[in-house]
Write a protein of this length. Structure first.
Length: 342
């Protein structure tokens, strides 16, 4: 720990930089400190903080600005979170309640809220579960020889598709279709649902197998979609206003567009011992994100499902205001997912 006076000086320097993006001089610091101290003493203290690695001088003639190390110190020791308003809590609760029964859509809604309240980029990832199975399949008439195929998995993934049907959904067709579903589909791992499995259903479907083919082939596609990890991004363009990212912005946007590295990071974190992590600067494992502040959190639900939410911004974000809102969104999602798994 540094002394109380250096702690106060460093806090003022960081808070000024977070607001303005500019260094602050010793004379201005004199006026902000709650006790009398000379400019010379402040300059000496700033020099010492520089030696400790908390401040850096990017240009010979320029003033000192916070280092990556100082942002971590600020979050852990100086920052005082601003309480989230009741209006904001109600707005978040309302937005997340819409799809509270569908984990994937709930996470996507949370991702949109994170980018809205943080003014950063946000992402959510739902990770594959090799043991997830079909829990139920339904075929709902939609008029004009169309039907809505709906599939629910044990892990609460809900997938649907509007398909063209070559016949009417009469009582005989429905009975045969649900017999096929009960015998060959319900309880089957998503990765095992394929055309070979459908061919084995001919004995039960009989002559109506050809009428069922559009629904069954569509079901194969839905199972394939549900069996893979999925990454969604929101608010990438918010990073364009984070001027301090400089040339790193293009690297970050490239990483977000390509998605592969971010998905791998999400998978590693989901299988780690951490539940929530704020990575500042060089704490980020990805080279492209070494000048960012990245918060990532994981969720476990429905017995084996794993998901990740994250926020990516510059190191010069309003931590005091943003972090409480992010935490409230995360806690609300966690509560809703816990109820879903109960």
């Amino acid at each position: 720990m540094i002394s109380e006076r250096r702690h106060a000086i460093l806090g003022l320097i960081i808070e000024h930089y977070l607001r303005t993006g500019e260094p602050i001089g010793s004379k201005a610091l004199c006026q902000l400190l709650p006790y009398s101290i000379s400019s010379a003493t402040i300059r000496n203290e700033m020099a010492y903080l520089t030696q400790l690695g908390f401040l850096e001088q990017r240009h010979t003639s320029g003033g000192r600005v916070p280092s990556k190390t100082s942002f971590r110190y600020y979050v852990d020791n100086i920052m005082k979170e601003r309480p989230i308003s009741e209006y904001e809590m109600n707005k978040i609760n309302e937005a997340l309640s819409v799809n509270s029964g569908d984990p994937e859509r709930l996470l996507q809604d949370a991702c949109k809220l994170l980018e809205e309240y943080s003014h950063c980029a946000a992402f959510c990832a739902t990770l594959e579960d090799p043991y997830d199975c079909i829990q139920g399949v339904d075929l709902i008439p939609a008029g004009n020889q169309k039907a809505m195929l709906v599939m629910l998995t044990v892990g609460s993934k809900i997938k649907s598709s509007l398909i063209n049907m070559p016949c009417a959904l009469d009582d005989d067709f429905k009975q045969r279709f649900y017999e096929v579903s009960a015998k060959f589909l319900v309880g089957t791992p998503l990765t095992d649902v394929n055309l070979a499995l459908i061919q084995s259903a001919v004995g039960v479907a009989g002559g109506r197998i050809f009428d069922m083919l559009p629904a069954l082939t569509s079901l194969c596609a839905l199972c394939d979609e549900a069996s893979h990890s999925k990454l969604n991004l929101e608010g990438e363009t918010n990073l364009l206003s984070h001027e301090e990212l400089g040339s790193d912005l293009y690297k970050i946007l490239g990483l977000l567009t390509e998605k592969k590295q971010l998905m791998e990071l999400s998978k590693r974190f989901a299988n780690s011992n951490h539940s929530k992590l704020l990575m500042i600067g060089d704490e980020n494992p990805l080279y492209e994100m070494k000048n960012t502040s990245t918060l990532i959190v994981k969720f476990n639900y429905e017995g084996g499902q794993k998901a990740v939410l994250g926020v990516i911004g510059s190191m010069r974000i309003d931590y005091e205001s943003i972090l409480p809102k992010i935490k409230y969104i995360i806690n609300t999602v966690d509560t809703l997912l816990s109820k879903k798994g109960a």
